[in-house]
Design a protein around this ligand. Structure first.
Ligand code: ADP
Length: 635
């Protein structure tokens, strides 16, 4: 290679590369547009144009711009995977790769699974046909996958006599739709891909003045106006652990740094177990010559730690002060591609990076119609549908919200052996459970006392334990707990009522109603109930406690003697009763995140006892419970 060319190649490699996707209805002229784009930006390899022209002549076919595209596509499709770093076209400003070009039937799957992530998109619409169902669907999918930089090309303007009125009409309609899905089209450009109007060349100045009325940018200028995404290395450190290798006495933790950077000496944490250590070394693979002291996003590394802590595949390594979310439940918008519909209660596997977890779809919140964006309730998500679902994993996992970190905020669902769908994660309405399970103090030792639980029970003539009332606000938890306590007390039981509002005056006065604070509220109550129960008392706790994980934590803390009492009163009945006027305030928006109205309530999967208060009086409920308590607590 001559020296100049080498320098040029070096310089080229340092040019910005923006990953784009060009989408549109099948017949709306994408191929032609892309062919034009190659040609008009001078991005075609030498002789390509001539070869295609010659081929057309030989076969007696008129030249089509789409042939160019097809020829290029065929060459590129020979690779098995999409090479997202391959340059497709370039402008003076930068290089572009097209992740989806016409013909890539795998587009949706690639977008959904994260195999291909686009920084910006061009949506193509036919001026004659206008906004079609598929145009809407594409716009919606871009928004779903977090592509926020979008331009629109209204193509085939030559077929509508370059009519400004027609263009304005389409622009208004499509902009409105895109806005409704949270996408702000930077530019809407009228073009004729076949004639070359407004792709790279301005045609408003020439004598044809096809679109003298249009003052905006060309397609190429629109592309150049897109911003480069913030480099991944600037974001929080996330390294999903791929494997742990043992070499002599060293343990090397291997993984790909998805975002952020790390340095020898950094204190890092592994979620969800939350064990931390300092990085001792960064090993180069497979044989270390001179080990680096730092590495950043995009690199695959092996590291060793100063302390020997338990690390395994699927954990996420982060900095200690900026860790991922820890949870066993999350909300997701998914796009389903499976042959069998995605259904509630069926078991699936989810994968986030290197993590695999068994999971169930707890509920399908809604199916979103991409056409008119209407929501429907449904029990399952059919192939090619978009659904909002709640996913519950069998164990705690670490993840991010998609808006925080696209790499660890995206997952795929495996049905059997196939990737059957994928989606993005939101924690809306759900708490980060990290702080609930992290023990911060060290050097703590349990004291054993001389009066044990059995001795207390003998004196009381009954066991200690917890009746954990859960249910919507207004379900009747407090009313029943208070009435039951009186009845029990009169019969000689040691009892105590722990009630939501009461503990919020004291013990939990520093907590609000965010998902995290609610979870902490319940954690503390669970701990207090556990202490009382240990003291031999029958605790009647009355808390909405909407999250299943929180109630499970309380159950774990109390152990034997924990009884989940589901006060199963339908929402309509609770709202009708509205004893504190809270539903009214919630409906008017005065109270945010109100359980049952604007925040989730997760019904107990297997309550120990269920009370149907809509069908029974308070006295009847108390009577039922007296029998239950006698049976479970009497010695
Ligand atoms: P929660 O503690 O679940 O928020 P409350 O006990 O404060 O609910 O309010 C329940 C309201 O419903 C009370 O006004 C109560 O009198 C009324 N109610 C009507 N029927 C029943 C029933 N069968 N059980 C419990 N409460 C009932």
């Amino acid at each position: 290679m001559p020296k100049d060319a080498k320098i040029q190649a070096e310089a080229d490699r340092n040019r910005e590369l923006l990953r784009t996707v060009i989408v549109g209805h099948v017949d709306h002229g994408k191929s032609t547009l892309v062919g034009r784009l190659f040609h008009d930006t001078g991005s075609l390899p030498d002789g390509k144009m001539e070869a295609i022209t010659e081929m057309c002549r030989k076969r007696g076919m008129p030249f089509e711009w789409a042939f160019l595209m097809d020829a290029m596509q065929a060459e590129r499709d020979q690779g098995i995977t999409i090479d997202t770093s391959q340059i497709w076209f370039h402008t003076e400003k930068r290089d572009y790769t097209i992740i989806d070009a016409p013909g890539h039937t795998e587009f949706l799957k690639n977008m959904v699974t994260g195999a291909a992530q686009a920084d910006a998109a061009l949506l193509v619409i036919d001026a004659g046909e206008g906004v079609q169902e598929q145009s809407r669907r594409h716009g919606y999918l871009l928004s779903l996958m977090g592509v926020r930089q979008v331009a629109v090309a209204v193509n085939k303007m030559d077929r509508v006599d370059y009519s400004q009125a027609r263009f304005d009409e389409i622009e208004a309609e499509y902009r409105q739709y895109l806005n409704s899905v949270g996408v702000d089209a930077t530019f809407v450009v009228p073009v004729s891909a076949r004639e070359g109007d407004m792709i790279a060349m301005r045609t408003d100045g020439d004598e044809k003045a096809n679109m003298g009325w249009y003052k905006g940018p060309t397609v190429v200028e629109a592309f150049d106006s897109f911003k480069m995404p913030e480099p991944l290395s600037h974001q929080a450190l996330r390294m999903p652990v791929q494997d742990v290798y043992k070499f002599d006495d060293r343990r090397i933790i291997a993984g790909r740094i998805e975002s952020g950077k790390l340095r020898v000496g950094d204190r890092v944490m592994f979620s969800p177990l939350n064990k931390s250590s300092r990085i001792k070394s960064i090993e180069t693979w497979p044989d270390s010559r001179e080990n680096p002291t730092a590495a950043s996003a995009g690199e695959s590394v092996g590291i060793t730690l100063e302390e020997q802590i338990f690390v395994e595949r699927g954990q996420i390594m982060s900095q200690v002060d900026n860790p991922p979310v820890e949870t066993d439940v999350f909300r997701a918008r998914i796009f389903w591609l499976g042959r069998e519909p995605l259904s509630v209660k069926k078991a699936y596997k989810i994968k986030i990076g290197t993590l695999q977890a068994n999971a169930k779809i707890e509920s399908v919140e809604r199916i979103v119609d991409t056409g008119d964006l209407s929501n429907r309730e449904a029990e399952q998500v059919e192939r090619n549908q978009v659904g909002e679902v709640i996913i519950r994993c069998k164990r705690m996992i670490a993840l991010d919200e998609f808006t925080e970190n696209p790499n660890t905020g995206r997952f795929v669902i495996v049905d059997g052996y196939d990737i059957a769908g994928g989606g993005i994660i939101s924690m809306e309405g759900y708490p980060d459970q990290r702080s609930l399970s992290t023990v911060k103090s060290t050097n703590i030792y349990k004291v054993t006392t001389n009066v044990d639980r059995a001795a207390r029970e003998r004196r009381n003539h009954h066991k200690g334990g917890v009746l954990w009332f859960t249910g919507l606000s207004g379900a009747g938890k407090s009313t029943i707990a208070v009435a039951l306590e009186k009845a029990l007390f009169e019969r000689g039981y040691s009892t105590y009522v722990l009630d939501g509002d009461n503990v919020r005056y004291g013990l939990n006065a520093n907590l609000g109603f965010s998902p995290e604070d609610r979870a902490e509220n319940i954690r503390r109550v669970g701990e207090v109930a556990s202490l009382f129960s240990d003291a031999g008392v029958i605790v009647l706790s009355s808390f909405i406690s909407p999250y299943r994980s929180d109630r499970q934590r309380a159950r774990d803390s109390v152990g034997e003697g924990f009884h989940e009492i589901y006060v199963a009163t339908p929402l309509e009945v609770c709202e009708e009763r509205d004893p504190k006027g809270l539903y009214k305030k919630a409906r008017s928006g005065e109270i945010k995140d109100f359980t049952g109205v604007s925040a989730p309530y997760e019904e107990p999967a297997e309550a120990d006892f269920t009370l149907r208060t809509a069908e029974r009086s308070v006295e009847e409920c108390v009577e039922e419970l007296l029998g239950y308590v006698g049976h479970k607590f009497d010695l």
